[in-house]
Design a protein around this ligand. Structure first.
Ligand SMILES: [Zn+2]
Ligand SMILES: [Zn+2]
Length: 336
């Protein structure tokens, strides 16, 4: 039997374990991808802790996958062996539920998440539904395309669907894996961009990535800092800290929106009074395969690239520890 190297989680709170597993065969409607790179996402924490609903162990994680089509199952149309493709969080939908019929694939009742519903990209190969696959433009190499399949699409798609218009003040809370992409997208989309971070150490980087203003929340509250700039039409929350996210609400304009793409453990404490003016709080669900394609094409054209650190599969546990301890400044990318 042909085998491949893959990282498995075999028990809750366990490490990534390097294994030799059979190379999977694509079934009807699926294709096999030879993985060239896979980004590591903070949401691995939900799988690792066993708290993700319906997760069955052992599992190969990884939902920021870039690679090439290696084999086609029956009835797969539109892809050929050798095509460059990516797979993100929302990576498979039923096509017949109410959400799918409305074209809202990320909210499919039977939606599949790469690396949680089926084995993902921390491996040399994976098999996935063809309807969850996005094309990678030639200009992007695999290691830089990979983080765009989750961190990139999530922030780009949230921003472009937020209702904020060019010229509006848009604040990005957090400058990590998601935030450093959000700042670049926000600048390229024509917003006045404000970076929010704790401490002064990230100011130079934030400005390099496109921020026009920087608020150090160690010196001044997010709300006061934003109000001094006239208030934000939109705050995009990208770092999973409940108090830091909640503290931005009073920095919004009267009808401004707090849009959340990071998931803290604790609930958000937000004063209802602060919302009465017409402010709103909402979340954003990443996007579908076509959104991933549009994200990658925009990124290639606009010059938005993730900053990455490459790791080998055998060093995944080091990458995870560094990510959880905030020692990684950007996206860890595993290269099998
Ligand atoms: Zn993710
Ligand atoms: Zn569906």
């Amino acid at each position: 039997m042909r085998t491949m190297r893959a990282l498995q989680i075999t028990r809750p709170d366990g490490p990534y374990e390097l294994r030799e597993l059979p190379v999977p065969e694509p079934r009807r409607g699926e294709l096999r991808v030879r993985v060239e790179a896979c980004g590591m996402c903070h949401s691995d924490v939900f799988a690792k802790s066993g708290s993700y609903p319906g997760l069955v162990l052992p599992r190969v994680l990884g939902h920021e996958v870039a690679g090439r089509v290696d084999a086609l199952g029956e009835d797969v149309r539109g892809f050929r062996v050798g095509d460059r493709v990516g797979i993100g969080w929302n990576a498979g939908h039923c096509g017949s539920c109410r959400a799918c019929r409305a074209g809202d694939f990320p909210n499919c009742v039977d939606g599949q998440v790469c690396g949680l519903s089926y084995d993902g990209g921390y491996a040399e190969f994976l098999v996935c539904p063809a309807n969850g696959v996005a094309r990678i433009p030639d200009e992007l190499d695999a290691a830089h395309a990979a983080p765009l399949l989750c961190a990139g699409i999530t922030t780009f798609n949230a921003l472009r669907n937020s209702g904020a218009r060019p010229g509006d003040t848009v604040a990005v809370q957090g400058i990590g894996g998601l935030g450093h992409l959000a700042l670049q997208y926000a600048a390229k989309l024509g917003f006045r961009v404000v970076a929010l971070s704790h401490g002064a150490s990230k100011e130079a980087l934030a400005r390099e990535l496109g921020a026009h203003d920087y608020i150090d929340t160690q010196r001044i509250s997010a709300a006061e800092g934003l109000q001094r700039l006239g208030g934000a039409a939109l705050v995009l929350a990208t770092a999973p800290h409940a108090a830091a996210i909640a503290s931005t609400v009073e920095g919004l304009t009267p009808r401004g929106k707090l849009l959340i793409v990071a998931v803290p453990d604790e609930p958000l404490a937000i004063s209802a009074m602060a919302l009465i003016s017409g402010r709103s709080v909402a979340g954003w669900p990443s996007g579908s395969a076509i959104d991933s394609e549009e994200t990658m094409r925009f990124s290639a054209r606009a010059g938005v690239l993730p900053r990455i650190e490459r790791f080998r599969l055998e060093d995944a546990n080091d990458a995870y520890s560094a990510m959880m301890a905030m020692r990684l400044r950007f996206r860890a990318v595993l290269v099998p």
